[in-house]
Design a protein around this ligand. Structure first.
Ligand SMILES: C[S@@+](CC[C@H](N)C(=O)[O-])C[C@H]1O[C@@H](n2cnc3c(N)ncnc32)[C@H](O)[C@@H]1O
Length: 250
């Protein structure tokens, strides 16, 4: 597919890396919306080192292998999207993110059934009721758009941080810890299942610890002294996630 068009007569070319940019200028609230390139590169280093492999495993277990269409909202550099594409190899899989830097990284190693698109999760360039599975891993979205794109029997899977996610690290950075909010169904959805997942993280000193700090909001909170100390020491902590599965209300 070299180009795509919409019902309003607009044409969009495929970029040389293989992705489509479907983000209209009026939906860009800054020059480079979404996560910054450096954050996305750090995410790639950290995720490809396998530290969140148990999360990937739990996620794919929730997705039927016979799935025909899957949309990953806020896919970043595509670590989870790629793996979901391999897991449901007969599906058309789409990863969308508002950050072009993430989509470019993702598209460079796209699996053949995965298409990456620069777009906003608040105005998804996806047909109504067309997706069997919609995933949202640590990314924002709009309830009305989730309702619109999911098929009647489709599954919406949302991954959010669990209560103890990176607790030791957060205790070193923040004076007062605010608990992560408990997940609740988006408007128009009912809960099918809730799963809590926790596992140990032993991150060696150096590049991977640095990458974790860069890819999270902590990057803005850590003093230069603490950053140097953490990178030199490495991290022993807990990763903790909530995997929530929802379906449209009848
Ligand atoms: C914490 S990252 C998670 C990336 C990926 N899901 C993962 O787990 O590796 C959040 C992502 O949401 C994207 N994002 C933020 N606002 C967005 C929006 N309005 N539409 C689409 N993506 C958005 C960011 O650019 C970033 O890549």
């Amino acid at each position: 597919m070299q180009g795509v068009g919409c019902s309003n007569g607009h044409q969009f070319d495929r970029a040389k890396e293989g992705y489509f940019n479907l983000l209209p200028v009026q939906q860009k609230n800054s020059r480079e919306p979404g996560d910054a390139k450096q954050q996305l590169q750090a995410r790639r280093i950290f995720l490809q080192s396998g530290f969140f492999a148990p999360l990937l495993q739990a996620l794919t277990e929730l997705i039927p292998a016979r799935t025909k269409s899957l949309l990953d909202i806020g896919c970043g550099e595509g670590y989870f999207t790629q793996a979901m594409g391999e897991h449901c190899h007969a599906a058309k899989v789409y990863g969308i993110d508002i950050a072009k830097a993430g989509i470019r990284l993702a598209a460079k190693q796209a699996h053949s059934n995965v298409t990456y698109v620069v777009a906003s999760s608040y105005a998804l360039p996806v047909a109504t009721r067309s997706m069997d599975v919609v995933t949202r891993i640590y990314a924002p979205s709009k309830d009305e758009e989730l309702q619109r794109v999911l098929s009647a029997q489709g599954k919406l899977i949302i991954v959010t941080p669990g209560e103890n996610h990176l607790l030791s690290l957060r205790q070193r950075i923040y004076q007062q810890l605010r608990p992560h909010p408990k997940p609740h169904p988006p408007v128009g959805f009912k809960t099918l299942a809730q799963q809590q997942l926790s596992f140990a993280l032993n991150i060696p000193a150096g590049e991977c610890t640095h990458a974790l700090l860069q890819m999270t909001p902590f990057a803005w909170q850590v003093t230069p002294e603490l950053l140097t100390q953490l990178i030199a020491e490495g991290l022993q902590d807990t990763a903790s996630f909530q995997l929530s599965t929802y379906q449209l209300n009848a």
